[in-house]
Design a protein around this ligand. Sequence first.
Ligand code: BES
Ligand code: ZN
Length: 421
Amino acid sequence: MSRASSLRKLLKRHFALGLSILIAGAIAISAGHNSKGTASNAQATPPNPIDPLTDMQALVSLGARVAGTAATEKASQYLIDQYQKAGYETEIQTFTYPKFRDLGSSLEIGSQALEGWAYNGSIAGQISGRLVAIPNNGQPNDFASVPVKGAIAIARRGGMTFSEKVKHASDAGAIAIVIVNNEPKNVRGTLTTQPAIPVLGLSGADGDPLLERARTAVLTATLKVNTQKDAVARNVIAHLPGVTQPKLILGAHYDSVPGSPGANDNASGTAVVLAIARQLSRSFGQSQSPLSRQIWFIAFDGEEDGLQGSQAFVNRATPQFLSNLKGMLNFDMVAVNSTLQMEGSLSLKSFTRVDETMMKNPALRLGSSDHASFKSQNVPVLFFNRGYEPNYHSPNDKTVTPKLLVETKDAALQSIKQILK
Ligand code: BES
Ligand code: ZN
């Protein structure tokens, strides 16, 4: 574990223990109050036809929204529909980045089908041929000692790197290789160089008996390595017709990590941004707010793979577009923990109570998110979040505190009104 990530784990634990109140208290504004400490939004707002909780639940019901998967594409469609219903034009910004994924791989020997794991970096392929057992560990002379040319090699793990073993196999003319783990369970090996042939891992439990059979019997097999090399991901951009140069960008990532339905991280932020858009638009049952013509609303994809969506956005934006922005407001993990934290650039500091000492102390700094991509282009940023919580990046991230969605929306609206004044 890296130092940074163990520190984060430690912080996470402390935060879970309630230290968050103490640490965060220094930089907090309580939701519903602006920087001058006056009460929130006094004008009565008509009831919103769609509660942000409904949006959040709709996103969570799709399961983990991993960038590049069908669930995430469905989520993008949901967001497009909602923004359009609220009177906005939408654009999908598609981008692609290297991301390996095993879509389901196996080895079939007659009627027997064994589930395997594609090695990270393996090429895809469906290949039938003789299954030839490689003696020892799989040095070049081990491969030379058996008729492996045009066949599928099966070898045991160990003695050299995975990539070396694979190269010995392809140099000897094998058309694919199965690597049997040296323990009963399976392992997802990672190849450090691009292999010439597909590479499938089998557990020791499945692979050892097969390796023994292949030493004596003539077996034919079909290897299926079904992998994806790149992720195709989508940012959803919404704005009113004709708004080509916003003053503000409101953003939140809508993807999640594998295995987590990402309720707080970050269906919460996605729902808050959508709720702000609804509130400012004419669909809200009142006349359209002039603020709505100064804002672009963006749901970013691929954040969990390293801020991919916001990076793609800033990379494609012109320098002029970015320099005309007064700011980017990012919402990430905003519906668990009562203390709303706002980390931000000095130029936007007056719109919140931001304690610079916290921001300058790397030990207290929170996780990274999409605002960082804008900050690196010198766009002033504000980061709305409520800190770590026990369900962060876990399968249990499926519920939030509903009123915190509304409180975050109202706190953000106050900042927006002041920034655009
Ligand atoms: N939502 C988190 C960041 C976060 C954590 C914000 C805690 C507020 C409180 C974000 O989705 C995330 O997990 N970011 C990664 C880095 C990213 C570049 C993959 C992180 O912080 O480790
Ligand atoms: Zn997040």
